[in-house]
Design a protein around this ligand. Structure first.
Ligand code: CP3
Length: 358
């Protein structure tokens, strides 16, 4: 497998962009920065564009998804676009009854818990036709982005499976964690399936022009290291294997994963990712993460809570994060989780300006 000759990473548009250089372990001319959830409710232009259109419907309208992806790049001058979509979009494309309830998150038509439920799920799949709106939205976006790389993403198999088994957002993912022990074979069928689904979603984005990918295992922090390694990591390897051969850098991110950082790096390496990087949430200082992950570029980890603090407090925090990040081989500045919806966008622009002086 190889990227097409007109891919931005191949034709020279993004190969030397600061984000890509950092993800490949280099120290570019300035500290690259982007924000998880940079596209979204913090931007008035986003709220305007989304008016009257459901979240998942907006993801499947290529012109709209592309416009929303570009908004924060234009406004903040960040070093990357993150494709506007959602981790549950491939579930919808496969025909699963899923919606995103405002203020709640992904809600399924039913919890998927019994062997029969899972058998029904795994009979569904996404083909190239179903992924056409994704490819088109990515292609429109990279045509506008020029030298700025687009990051594609997918939800990790565990995080997707947790939504499916619980049927809706949950705090402890108890039903999912029960299933992996009570019905291990059924669990394995489920996470192999979510792994391939996310893999197909990632691959469509990369082939259409994404220059890097991020795998979001947002809820992996609720797992013990043993459960993560034995019941979850193999399916994440499976997901990333769909794109590893294409040679794009991959970032692996989760929250509350201080105890899993090494295991998350191992997933990238086992999948054959050429340039593995790890995203760290705000709980683990980057110098500690750098010690735990020798040789690995790190991404993170400004505490989203501090975006609402007075500027001198936030500035000191960003400088501290950058200083700790400087102990890793390379660093991409980001938040430790997504932009809170009530964030003043001017603050994000100011963080970008600061990062670019560092
Ligand atoms: O800039 C970006 O990051 C845009 C792309 C993006 C979205 N969701 C758009 C979105 C990405 C990368 C995601 C990933 C995602 N979705 C994750 C992993 C990242 C994380 O936050 O840990 C998860 C767990 C989901 C599932 C999901 N979708 C949740 C929990 C929610 C929030 C529900 C709410 O209203 O609070 C969503 C909805 C969602 N996805 C929104 C956006 C912009 C908000 C929809 C709106 O504007 O009403």
């Amino acid at each position: 497998a190889a990227l097409p000759a007109d891919h931005p990473l191949v034709d020279g548009r993004t190969a030397t962009a600061p984000l890509i250089r950092a993800l490949r372990g280099d120290r570019p001319e300035h500290l690259p920065v982007w924000f998880m959830r940079q596209a979204g409710r913090s931007l008035p232009e986003y709220r305007e564009a989304r008016q009257g259109i459901g979240m998942l419907d907006s993801c499947l309208r290529p012109e709209l998804a592309s416009e929303i992806t570009l908004q924060p790049v234009r406004r903040h001058g960040v070093d990357a676009g993150i494709f506007f979509s959602d981790i549950v979009v491939p579930l919808r494309l496969a025909g699963v009854g899923v919606d995103i309830a405002p203020g709640v998150g992904p809600v399924m038509d039913q919890p998927y818990r019994t062997t029969e439920d899972i058998e029904r799920l795994v009979s569904l799949s996404v083909d190239d036709d179903a992924l056409a709106p994704i490819r088109r939205a990515v292609a429109l976006t990279v045509a506008e982005l020029g030298h700025t790389p687009l990051i594609g993403f997918g939800g990790a198999p565990f995080t997707l499976a947790a939504y499916l088994v619980e049927g809706r957002p949950s705090r402890d993912h108890l039903a999912a964690r029960t299933m992996m022990h009570a019905a291990p074979e059924t669990w394995d069928r489920l996470v192999s399936w979510t792994g391939d689904l996310t893999g197909a979603f990632l691959r469509a984005q990369v082939e259409a022009g994404a220059s890097a990918v991020q795998l979001f295992d947002s809820w992996a922090g609720s797992l013990s290291r043993a459960d993560y390694t034995e019941r979850v990591a193999p399916s994440s390897v499976r997901a990333l294997a769909h794109v590893a051969g294409l040679g794009v850098p991959a970032i692996h991110f989760g929250t509350g994963t201080g105890h899993l950082l090494g295991a998350m790096r191992d997933v990238l390496v086992s999948a054959g990712v050429t340039d593995p990087a790890v995203g760290v949430d705000y709980r683990t200082p980057l110098d500690e993460a750098a010690t735990a992950l020798p040789g690995v570029p790190l991404q993170g980890n400004v505490d989203p809570a501090l975006l609402a603090a007075p500027w001198p407090v936030l500035e000191a925090h960003v400088r501290d994060v950058a200083a700790r990040g400087a102990t890793a081989p390379a660093h991409v500045l980001n938040l430790g989780h997504g932009v809170p919806p009530d964030t003043d966008p001017a603050v994000l622009t100011r963080v970008v300006e600061l990062a670019h002086t560092l």
